[in-house]
Ligand binder design. Structure first.
Ligand code: FES
Length: 142
């Protein structure tokens, strides 16, 4: 049985929000490689994609954590402006029109969003900031 790898809690992804995560995955030679992904929610369903534009293969967020067009309706590539549907990853405008983001088979398990890819590993040795992470605010008494 394949172990589930928890990405985040389901409540961490709001309706029509896009969050980015950098996971770590083993390549064919067994080396640990960063694997940027994004997850979103539409109509109460969760969708995940590799964070790689089908046009040039680069990350969609040229500014960390910025994944959407100005109106906040679609996933957008910050480099050349391609736009993708949240629920299909299909590109409907831009240099990769007609192509699609690589989908991930997300599994919802007891309030967690998970993947079942056996190549996933803990991020040991990879000190990569999570672009979707907000700085923690520490409230201290006066
Ligand atoms: S790299 Fe994304 S639209 Fe060109």
């Amino acid at each position: 049985m394949v172990e589930l790898f928890v990405i985040c809690e389901t409540r961490d992804v709001q309706e029509e929000e896009v969050r980015g995560f950098t996971l770590a995955r083993l390549d064919d030679a067994g080396a640990v490689r960063p694997w940027p992904i994004l997850v979103t929610r539409k109509g109460g369903k969760y969708f995940g994609y590799e964070n790689a534009c089908p046009h040039e293969g680069t990350r969609l967020d040229t500014r960390p954590g910025e994944f959407m067009d100005e109106e906040g309706n679609f996933i957008a590539c910050g480099k050349h402006g391609a736009m993708f549907d949240l629920d299909s990853g299909h590109c409907f405008i831009g240099p990769c029109q007609g192509k699609a983001l690589v989908p991930l088979a997300l599994i919802v398990d007891d309030g967690d969003l998970c993947l079942a890819d056996p190549r996933l590993t803990d991020e040991d040795g990879l000190d990569i900031p999570d672009p979707g992470e907000h700085p923690e605010v520490l409230i201290t008494p006066d």
